[in-house]
Design a protein around this ligand. Structure first.
Ligand SMILES: Nc1ncnc2c1ncn2[C@@H]1O[C@H](COP(=O)(O)OP(=O)(O)OP(=O)(O)O)[C@@H](O)[C@H]1O
Ligand SMILES: [Mg+2]
Length: 232
């Protein structure tokens, strides 16, 4: 397979475990995962429902903390005790703020940062994903697929170095899913961004450099041009 030139190390995960206490006992969603993610890598995480994809993505994005093990983001200026910035997140259900219009949703991450030219940048991001005509609609007025496109626009609008997207195409038909992934990859290549996508869609996964297959909380295989991300 074609060798991938490794960029800077964005994520170093070492022996990550994540358990949840539930009424009937403990559920362990992630079991001893170790890996590195480099700039420019594109990774699909696949596996059956409940195998731990969302839990692992949340740890990669710094939205959750591991029960044991640790994550660091060396190129993003963060450690496991300092929440990383520069990561764009697409949540499993688009998770748009219901009281804000589409363009306001996309503008929000800019306003939480330096705020410069927020409306212009938000409209450009909507346009990059083909939903500029939906800019003034509220989330309740959008189709599931439109909402997903807007959620991706919101994740990329601050030019993050790492995008973590949890089933970003689940509401789209095959052609729409392929188009969205192509647009995301085209945007990412320009920015040398790393992209990690959880998906049940083999055709979406095939567009990534590397496919990680999860089962019962473990990454059982890493196959592709950047398979050397695994460190145990
Ligand atoms: N906050 C939580 N509290 C309790 N259990 C949880 C929590 N989050 C996840 N789990 C459990 O951890 C396991 C893994 O869940 P996770 O959402 O990571 O799976 P997934 O691979 O993303 O599934 P899907 O493909 O359906 O999205 C499941 O058994 C789930 O019920
Ligand atoms: Mg999930």
């Amino acid at each position: 397979m074609e060798a991938l030139c490794m960029g800077r190390t964005l994520v170093v995960a070492t022996d990550l475990w994540r358990s949840f206490q539930r009424e009937r006992g403990v559920v362990t969603a992630v079991r001893g995962c170790s890996f590195r993610i480099h700039a420019g890598e594109t990774i699909a995480i696949m596996g059956p429902s409940g195998c731990g994809k969302t839990t692992l993505l949340n740890l990669i994005a710094g939205l959750d903390v591991p029960s044991s093990g640790h994550v660091e983001w060396p190129a993003l200026g963060a450690t496991d005790t300092l929440r990383p910035k520069r990561i764009g997140v697409v949540f499993q259900s688009a998770n748009l703020m219901p009281a804000l219009t589409a363009v306001e949703n996309v503008e929000l991450p800019i306003l939480l940062g330096n705020g410069a030219e927020s409306r212009i940048r938000a409209l450009a991001a909507l346009s990059a994903f083909g939903v500029e005509t939906q800019a003034s609609k509220l989330p309740e007025q959008l189709s599931g697929g439109q909402a997903e496109r807007i959620a991706v626009a919101r994740a990329i609008v601050t030019d993050p170095e790492l995008i973590v997207a949890d089933e970003p195409t689940g509401q789209l038909d095959q052609a729409g899913a392929m188009a969205l992934v192509d647009q995301l990859l085209a945007w990412g290549r320009g920015a040398e961004t790393a992209i990690v996508v959880a998906t049940h869609d083999e055709r979406v996964a095939a567009k990534m450099n590397c496919i990680w297959r999860m089962r019962h909380g473990k990454v059982e295989s890493m196959v592709g041009r950047s398979a050397c991300t695994g460190i145990g």
